[in-house]
Design a protein around this ligand. Sequence first.
Ligand code: NDP
Length: 262
Amino acid sequence: GNTRISAIIADPIHHVKTPQGINARLLANHVDGVLVPVHVSADELPAVVNGFRAMKNLQGFIVTVPHKSAILALCDEVEEDAQRIGAVNVVRRDENGRLRGYMLDGEGFVAGLKGANIPLANQTAYLAGAGGAANAIAFALAKNGVKQLTIANRTAEKAEDLIDRVSKAYPKCQYQLGSRDPSGHNLVVNATSLGLRTEDALPLDTEPLTPDQTVAEIIMQPAETALLAAAKSKGCQVHPGLPMLQNQLALMTKILAFIEEE
Ligand code: NDP
């Protein structure tokens, strides 16, 4: 009866692998808990969330496609940056059924860099992309003390809009709309979806990369994208996409009150 339940909501649900990662962590830590995948369509989201409020042993739930934006209006509280980003990927349910939303993409990414001893404070960063993941990463980079951030995106208006929002939240950092040339930045990040498929074009010009630059991916599969291969051949330090996910899983397990991992 004390089993701590949490859920992951998605539509479609078949591709969702998070329960495997989190349930393995629970087992390893001897926690009486389980994360269950729940298939929820957009029109049923409010009803399901109301049901979640009433479930007394529900710790919370993970939110994926297509609910990350729609969930905001259904939470009682949303962390400040998650509000500015306009997306939530974890909701914690307290004992009174109140729901608090978090967006962990950026924090997971930054934790991965920290784990690899890649510095952020007073560094300059180039970010390719202005979609969901790029939004979270831009806010996290600015929050963690990057002194200059260049954002480049195929649809320039989306990068401009992102710069507009992040600069209001973190005015100490300097912002610039970028081209495909990442020259002169300590850290270069690909947060576009280019690289998922072998036939994809490169998300940025790799020709000007120099060995003092670090190039980071957030694509998990393939582990070595064409961008990382090109960056390596230029002598850059490279950082793969998997740590971002692993760190998010650790943060999620913590937020869902299952365990505090060492
Ligand atoms: P979005 O759809 O929100 O954003 C996609 C981004 O890629 C946009 O900036 C888009 O530009 C750009 N893009 C897509 N196709 C092209 C193209 N043909 N040419 C140029 N630019 C293109 O996706 P997400 O932000 O949710 O996800 C992006 C990537 O991040 C995915 O590969 C996903 O797997 C990965 N990811 C990894 C996580 C992790 O934990 N490691 C977590 C979350 C995401 P435009 O605005 O012009 O359309």
